[in-house]
Structures are given as structure tokens and as C-alpha cells.
Design a protein around this ligand. Structure first.
Ligand SMILES: Nc1nnc(SCC(=O)Nc2ccc(S(N)(=O)=O)cc2)s1
Ligand SMILES: [Zn+2]
Length: 258
């Protein structure tokens, strides 16, 4: 019940009732046996240019690694997507302990953390801000993190986190290829959903990778030493920054694999 209490207490995670007419909210539980194999789903093509990486920013919800999205240098295409989408940022959600932390669940199982790579449809919309408001405006790749081996690629990111401990701190981070955080297994689920933090707009085509990546305890602990609070405020550890599960309503989850 602490989980339910936590949501009641934490203003950030609004209940579904506060989104009038919310029929495609995220995150959801992915019931593996209810997902429908769609043979027409294409493989997802990921082409990132590591030099488009700009900085790491603690925005008080998570830490974001932001990219220069003024060109089509870092894009995804294929999968369930009609257009190519530009990489804008990636961030994570995690728990205070390893028992929970991910936003999506698979057969009601939580992972200790979840990576979100946020892309927008720059073919159809002139700006990210406009794409955020449109049903086909965004595409977010979700990757589960599980406790296991040390992740070399993640470590370069972890080493920079002490510099963004407090809300509204930024550090330059100028070369990073986020494809090292995406499992090579091509299998994914996909469904129509929303942003999981305000503005909670129903503009996201979710692409959730079936296979998790492995990270070690020290790397998860590094996430948990970040703060929700600004320098000088009473410290609040940045943990449990995931939204409660939302009703599936009239949606099906498709799988790219049998
Ligand atoms: N005028 C506006 N500027 N920016 C926004 S929304 C900024 C943004 O990227 N929000 C965002 C929130 C949640 C997620 S998530 N957790 O991946 O669903 C991704 C992205 S609306
Ligand atoms: Zn997210």
C-alpha cells in the first residue's frame, strides 16, 4: 500500500482521472500472451551520430541526455513508424530498490529501471513542441534495465552524474552513441500511448524492446544518488520517478516476433 500511498502523495504522478478523455495513457502492463504478432511490422532501423550529443541535464524528474535535433543526423525509421523520427533526448526511470523502477511491466513484472529514447516526427511537424501535441508526433524506444553485468557504455554516463546531482544542473557531454544502450535483439512490442510525465499528451508510438540490457548494482546506485531538489534545498533523493500503470482501455499491443 506504500506504493499506492506514494502515488497519492506525489503530485507529479497524476491519476488517469486528471486527463479528461485519456484513452491512450502510458505506461501499461504488457501481457505477453495478449500481444498480437504483426508480420507486417518492419525491423526498426536506428542511425545515431554520436557527435549530435550535447549535454546532460537534471530537470528535476530524471536526468536527460539531449541531442542536437536541428538535422536528420540521428534518426530512427521503420518498425511501426510511417516516417523517420529525430532523436531529441534520452532519460531513465528507476526505483529506490531493485524490486521496481520501470514504467512498463511485462506480465506484471517490474524491472529496476527503464530507458526512454525520445524521437519526434520532423517530417510532418516543424517543431518538437508541435509534435508533442499530435497523435503521431513522437516515438519513444523503451529499454528495460536488469541487474547483472557491468555495462561499459553506460559507465561513461554514470561517471558524469555527480556533476548533475542537483535539479537544473547541466554538464557538457559531447560524444555519446546511445545505440550502445539498445539490445541487438530486434524483437519489440509496440502500442499507441502517451508521455508518462506532464503534459501526458497522447502523442507517443511506444516501441518497447523485448530484451533488457544488463547493468550492475553500482550503476543503479549512481542513479539513486541524484536529487529531485536544487542546491541549497533540503535533499530529496531522485528515486521512484515512474508513473503508475494506466488502463489498457481499447488498445492492443503488437509484437514484431512470434
Ligand atoms: N511546449 C513543450 N515543450 N516540451 C514539452 S514536453 C518535453 C518532453 O520531452 N517531455 C517528455 C515527457 C515524458 C517523456 S516519456 N517518459 O518518455 O514518456 C518524454 C518526453 S511540451
Ligand atoms: Zn520516460
Amino acid at each position: 500500500c506504500s506504493y499506492r500511498l506514494r502515488n497519492a502523495l506525489h503530485p507529479l504522478w497524476q491519476s488517469p482521472l486528471s486527463i479528461p478523455g485519456g484513452s491512450r495513457q502510458s505506461p501499461i502492463n504488457i501481457q505477453w500472451r495478449d500481444s498480437i504478432y504483426d508480420p507486417f511490422l518492419k525491423p526498426l532501423k536506428i542511425c545515431y551520430d554520436p557527435t549530435t550529443c550535447l549535454h546532460i541535464w537534471n530537470n528535476g524528474y530524471s536526468f536527460l541526455v539531449e541531442f542536437d535535433d536541428s538535422t536528420d543526423k540521428s534518426i530512427i525509421v521503420g518498425g511501426p513508424l510511417e516516417n523517420q523520427y529525430r532523436l531529441k533526448q534520452f532519460h531513465f526511470h528507476w526505483g529506490a530498490i531493485n524490486e521496481w523502477g520501470s514504467e512498463h511491466t511485462v506480465d506484471s513484472k517490474f524491472y529496476p529501471a527503464e530507458l526512454h529514447l525520445v524521437h519526434w516526427n520532423a517530417v510532418v511537424y516543424p517543431t518538437f513542441e508541435e509534435a508533442v501535441m499530435e497523435g503521431n508526433g513522437l516515438a519513444v524506444i523503451g529499454v528495460f534495465l536488469k541487474l547483472g553485468a557491468h555495462h561499459e557504455g553506460l559507465q561513461t554516463l554514470v561517471d558524469a552524474l555527480p556533476a548533475v546531482k542537483h535539479k537544473d544542473t547541466v554538464i557538457e557531454f559531447d560524444v555519446f552513441d546511445p545505440s550502445c544502450l539498445i539490445p541487438s535483439c530486434p524483437d519489440y512490442w509496440t502500442y499507441a500511448g502517451s508521455l508518462t510525465t506532464p503534459p501526458l499528451t497522447e502523442s507517443v508510438t511506444w516501441i518497447i524492446k523485448k530484451k533488457p540490457i544488463e547493468v550492475d548494482e553500482n550503476q543503479l546506485e549512481a542513479f539513486r544518488m541524484l536529487l529531485f531538489t536544487s542546491d541549497g534545498e533540503e535533499e530529496k533523493r531522485m528515486v521512484d520517478n515512474f508513473r503508475p500503470l494506466q488502463p489498457l482501455m481499447n488498445r492492443t499491443v503488437r509484437s514484431s516476433f512470434q
